[in-house]
Design a protein around this ligand. Sequence first.
Ligand code: B3K
Ligand code: ZN
Length: 892
Amino acid sequence: MKEAEPKAIHLKDYEPPTHRIETTDLTFDLESGTTTVTSRLKVVRASASTEDVPLVLDGQELKLVSVAIDGVELGSNEYQLNDDTLTLPDLPPTCEVQIVNQIHPEDNTALEGLYKSRTMYCTQCEAQGFRKITYYQDRPDVLSVFTTTIIADASEYPVLLSNGNLRSDELLDDGRRKVVWADPFPKPSYLFALVAGDLALLSDEFTTCSGRNVTLEIYSESHNIEQCHYAMDVLKRSMRWDEETFGREYDLDIFMIVAVEDFNMGAMENKGLNVFNTSCVLATRDTATDQAYQRVEAVVAHEYFHNWSGNRVTCRDWFQLSLKEGFTVFRDAEFSSDMNSRTVKRIEDVNRLRSVQFAEDSGPLAHPVRPDSYIEISNFYTPTVYEKGAEVVRMLQTIVGQDDFRRGSDLYFERHDGQAVTTDDFCNAMSAVTPRNLDQFQRWYEQAGTPQLTVDSTCTAEEGLIVNIAQACPATPGQTEKLPFHIPICIGLLDDAGNSLIGAETALQSDSDIEIRQDTLVLHLRSQATNLTVSGISGTPHVSFLRGFSAPVKVNYPRDSAELAFLALHDTDGFAAWDVLQTLLVREIERLQAASTVSPVVIDLFDALIRRALDCAELDTDSRNEQRFLLAAMLTIPDENYLFEQLSPVDVDGVCNARDSLRQTLATQLQTQWQSLYTTNTAGEPYSPDASGMSRRGLNNIALDYLSLALDGTALSEQLRSHYDDADNLTDRRAVLVATVNSKNLDPAFKDRLLAEFYDRWREEALVVNLWFSAQASARDCTAEKLSRLAEHPAFDLRNPNKVRAVYTAFANFNHRNFHAPDGSGYELMGDMVITMNNQNPQMAAALAKPLTRWRRYQGQRQQLLQKVLKRIAACEDLSTDVYEVVNKSLS
Ligand code: B3K
Ligand code: ZN
């Protein structure tokens, strides 16, 4: 907590460190109530010019016991200590600093630094948690070789882990155990980790491409260990994939993952010792949905990939966060695309980008991929830094081409191994291998906001096809004027039968750079506006625009519904087919806010898509799975978050009602078709988390969802009941749970019985209980008052972030009718939670505040109601920097 008004930190003020810390030797004495940390640092002055500069170490919430320089203890007048720093003046050019301090992990509810989760100790240091463990230069450009000694009671904490390789393990005479871990790779403090507990182990091994054997270990509390097999399988696949795709080999003798129940985010890539939220590592058919399996796959891979993109090559400062996060999200997305359907992975990612990142980019918290200032760095682990950052890397790959991209990535790792670098260094490595000029491309790192493309096209026999494209980017906080971006735009052209009209001989003319790659044109838009002329083609081509979502932009390309419907059915680029369908559906939902009947073109299109799904039984296995995945995505109506972003300013009730009415009409008018789709995709074989099973369940549960709107009374309860009773997995059970809690056509007793039955059966499985909570929190009848009652359930725990997310985040992000209740009760409730969490866990509190911040995009009274809550929070004493920044920026 800060007394004075928190100050912003600026990228332009970056100064290199005054001292290096060559080695860091830590000893942790874990005693109940108090942990004593002894730190021995070999400190070297960075250069002669820093001769008179004192060593300033960061430290927060620590009790200093002693400081010694080269073995001589300092008197309290020989150093300066305040709330955030310990300053040591007059150090010799090279010396050993020894510091002893105490901390209280048991009282640490912020889950940053060293804390206790149930019976185990664990750490979370990124970004600035290490300073809550001991005094240190807690910044990513100070790289040091760490040795860690842990001493703890041998029976209570038989497993003692830290980074690197195990050097020794001994039982002491007093019944305690002492282990020493040594990490040979220099690393910044944010990658430090320690775990101590009575943990079960799943082990395996991996032989790297150069023939080295690596021990793989996953630890969890013993009741969860059998749920770790899938993560182990993913880990091995990730290790192999990173060798084959990016030439990256693992470097230590051991790689460990520890599953922790209380964790602020998904997982953390500490060197050789990844710490995971249980939600991102445990997976069995009964405890994880198909979606959760895919998340485990993505997160295990993501954290593993950080070993190179983040750990071996790290960030110079936190403004460069996207250097490791954007690149690593890109890498994990490529991995998931190779493991599953590439098209559908792209659809999911773009869906999320549009719902969440575009919303951030057009709101009060908009910031560039490389921010230029922050108050609290924890607030910058955002969709912009992660997901837009990954889009920026993807565009680089599109611009330079796959082969040069790989050469650039090799060069980046080779040049910067063991260094802390910047996004400029990354682009420079790419520049070094491509003939293309990437100077203008830098603006993607510097300018916030989502560029908007305005497109129109005409086609005449004389001139051929002319496409005009213009770009503009709206103002964002602190950036009123924007310069044009370098935007790679992939375009396909189709004839009336859906065949590509592009070939090597296509006659093209444009004032922009343009190339032909197979059946796609890649146009490099650099100016504010450009045009493209394609001559020598017969008929009027259908334009498949922004194939694969080649740039994170919004597109305004007015075309009639018949043209969009044609492309939805015929575009050979699956992403583009889905994309035009979204345009059509958004437009339809906008229209339905004033009209009452759904357009026949939409109903006919859904009819055709269902027919295609029914016909795909004829295809070979791979195409069948791919088609099913794609059609499941296409048959899903965009959710409210997506629609709100496309239709701002938002009339919440108008959008929700229009969306409901579209779904209801499709359900009723195509009921027979949904029933066939349901039957055709009902499981014939036991559960498997593979493409065949997942894609089939996807279609089966979508059909169930529509049927739950079309049916009522006994027919509905029987259908739901049999789906539930036949289920051998959580995906199917969850589908029934969600349909049940949201249905208007069911006897309330049926709902109550199902909820009670589900809870009784799965009460021991925390992750399943979380899903039970979130289904109820996002149900259409869950008012703020009902939510408060739900949070009184004995299984709810305010100290466990997963539970808080399952109840409160689910409510604010997915229960739009009730979060946005016209009386402001949803907003007030979330405001209360932010204030409660502010003292206990500032990072969680700031995350909970975010849904309140976008007040400008809602219409009418809601703007005032939201501002009122934000002002109430802003007026609280002892506001954490995390909440302070989010709330004040959104009010200004
Ligand atoms: N690097 C961590 C995120 C740390 C968040 C700190 N508040 C996990 C990841 O992105 O891989
Ligand atoms: Zn990451």
